[in-house]
Design a protein around this ligand. Structure first.
Ligand SMILES: *Cc1c(COP(=O)(O)O)cnc(C)c1O
Length: 411
């Protein structure tokens, strides 16, 4: 009989979101008249904007005619699409890239997981705590970790606690590592790295021969002027960083699927015999073999995000979500609750009042305010005592939720 990959058995059964659903349905069955407001979701709620939809439709229509039909495209994405992204999303930041350094994909969850294909299993990995669970679980799946220990950490992985004390900017790894995952603006904490903080990471990576895997899925939500949108805004990052971006949150592509990974040509690793080898070449080989490109209509739609019209429309929705974030942050702060994030990210990371555990606060919020959020402890041990609220909801619901919380805790 075929052997299974036993590493999968080390994973905690998908506990967080099923448990949330279980508690919510139990509550709604017992309280059929309560209007429950969900501020727990990590998904967008607004539809695609008109300019994107038009490009998407046009792309589909082209597929209907033999003269304009598109079959297999380049596995790395169409050059014209990569060029638009470079011109509109990177050049304005002062970042120069070649199209051969931009790999268009079906999303950054997949990319940030698949990237492990091009790294030897012996590499030591550091991840944040709390963290986007994909970085943790994919390393467990490939066999880079031991078992889950009683503190909630996998043996063999290095965790970098993100706490109130360090402003949720992770501390440097406690031991020498080869790969460091960073996510800014952060999910779940909603916090960002300043230019100085990011520079310190790049300097650290270069001094320690580490590679930074930089997840910039929420860069479009940055509102403050001097916060970097790309790690390549920092000098030296081309030699030590891979960047992931996504159209999911930026332009409502969660159900459409499009993202990109940037691997600069200078980024090198070593072979078994100690020679330098390009990660760009390896990823190119990996994608050519295991991926067959993003569909033509989707790349047309993605490119339209960066048209003048498309960007104005997309920006309006981002501003709408960020106004929600402000309402949540200011409302809760007025109720005496300590809040982080919500300024450069669509997530508010609140400190549970009266020292409650994350799950106790979840139950209280559900039972007394009919509001659903996400317990911070679900993102890692250091998330205990915190709670994530998302700004992707409808304005009226956000206002009602905040009102209810203020009535409960407010002065
Ligand atoms: C939502 C999200 C993504 C985007 O994933 P896609 O696969 O592109 O939809 C990436 N990273 C983080 C941290 C996210 O929260």
């Amino acid at each position: 009989m075929a052997r299974i990959n036993d590493n999968y058995l080390k994973l905690q059964a998908g506990y967080l979101f099923p448990e949330i659903s279980r508690r919510v349905s139990e509550f709604t069955q017992a309280n059929p008249d309560a209007t429950v407001i969900r501020l727990g979701i990590g998904d967008v709620t607004k539809p695609l904007v008109p300019a994107v939809l038009k490009a998407f439709h046009d792309g589909v229509d082209e597929m209907a005619d033999a003269a304009t039909f598109h079959g297999y495209g380049p596995e790395q994405g169409y050059d014209w699409c990569a060029q638009i992204i470079i011109d509109k999303a990177y050049k304005p930041l002062g970042v120069e890239l070649k199209t051969s350094e931009v790999f268009i994909s079906d999303g950054s969850k997949c990319d940030s997981a698949n990237i492990l294909d091009i790294f030897d299993i012996s590499n030591k990995v550091a991840i944040g705590d709390p963290v986007y669970p994909v970085y943790n679980d994919t390393n467990v799946m490939v066999g880079r970790s031991g078992e889950l220990n009683s503190k909630g950490y996998y043996e063999g992985l290095v965790y970098m606690p993100c706490t109130e004390e360090n402003g949720f900017n992770p501390e440097f790894p406690s031991e020498k590592v080869d790969l460091i995952y960073l996510c800014f603006p952060n999910n779940p904490t909603g916090t960002v790295a300043t230019r100085e903080q990011l520079k310190a990471w790049v300097d650290y990576a270069r001094e320690n021969d580490s590679i930074i895997l930089f997840d910039a899925a929420y860069e479009a939500f940055i509102t403050e002027e001097d916060i970097p949108h790309s790690i390549y805004e920092i000098e030296g990052a081309r030699e030590c960083a891979i960047e992931f971006r996504s159209f999911s949150k930026t332009a409502g592509f969660t159900g459409v699927r499009c993202g990109l990974t940037v691997i600069p040509e200078e980024l090198m690793g070593t072979t078994a015999t100690g020679e330098k080898y390009s990660f760009n070449k390896l990823w190119n080989r990996r994608q050519s073999t295991k991926f067959n490109g993003v569909s033509y209509p989707v790349q047309k739609a993605a490119a339209a995000v960066y048209s003048d019209e498309g960007w104005a429309q997309v920006k309006e929705i981002i501003d709408y979500y960020m106004a929600n974030a402000q309402i949540i942050r200011e409302g809760l702060t007025a109720a005496g609750i300590t809040c982080y994030g919500g300024i450069n990210a669509p997530y508010i990371w609140l400190k549970t009042p009266e020292g409650m555990t994350s799950w106790d606060f979840f139950d209280k919020l559900l039972n007394e305010c009919f509001v659903v959020g996400t317990p911070g402890s679900g993102f890692g041990p250091s998330g205990e005592g915190y709670f994530r609220l998302s700004a992707f909801g409808d304005r009226e619901n956000v206002e009602t939720a905040v009102q209810r919380i203020r009535e409960k805790w407010g002065k």
